[in-house]
Design a protein. Sequence first.
Length: 210
Amino acid sequence: MITSLNQLNPHKKYTYADYLAWDLKERVELIMGKILKMSPGPSTRHQQISWQLSQAIGRASLPDGCLVFMAPFDVRLYTEDEKGEISESVVQPDVCIVCNRAKLDKRGCDGPPDLMLEIISPSSAHRDLKIKYDLYEKAGVPEYWVVNTVEQCARVFYRNEKGVFVKNNEYMQRGVIKSVTIPGMEVRLEDLFPPFLVEEAPADYAKEAQ
């Protein structure tokens, strides 16, 4: 039984079947077969914004049948090379919206949700804006939102007819963020950031990124 990351080979490619067999204390994601260690727990600032976001989405007029899930929630993704057979990617987005309930099972979501959303900080920017961005694009995620905790802004990307993410808009401090693919999915950016936000020192980010 695998109970520690030290028992795993960081250079080996793993699958969702391997992931299910592990009993790890650490939180991990699989990105195209490679292990990506997550931080031990979200920061206070992250959790403040996550709560505000959940409240804002709760007020949105989503189409009937669409369900909202907050982390931790496993999403299995498949790239074209995998041909939809064995997933080598399992992620836990901060928020995802699933409108096709056939993708849901007792373990999470099997296939791309209709919308994925990540709340990023300096320590997670590369992971969410590069590593996960590339995976979500290759796996056919229709829409991807990124909320920046420090700059208090949001970026919206959607998948075009060529299967490539393009930036639909960037919202800075104010404005209504609207989904490109889900009618009625919209939140006010200013609602995501409460008057009191716990500050995080740069040293904290550097420590988390190691």
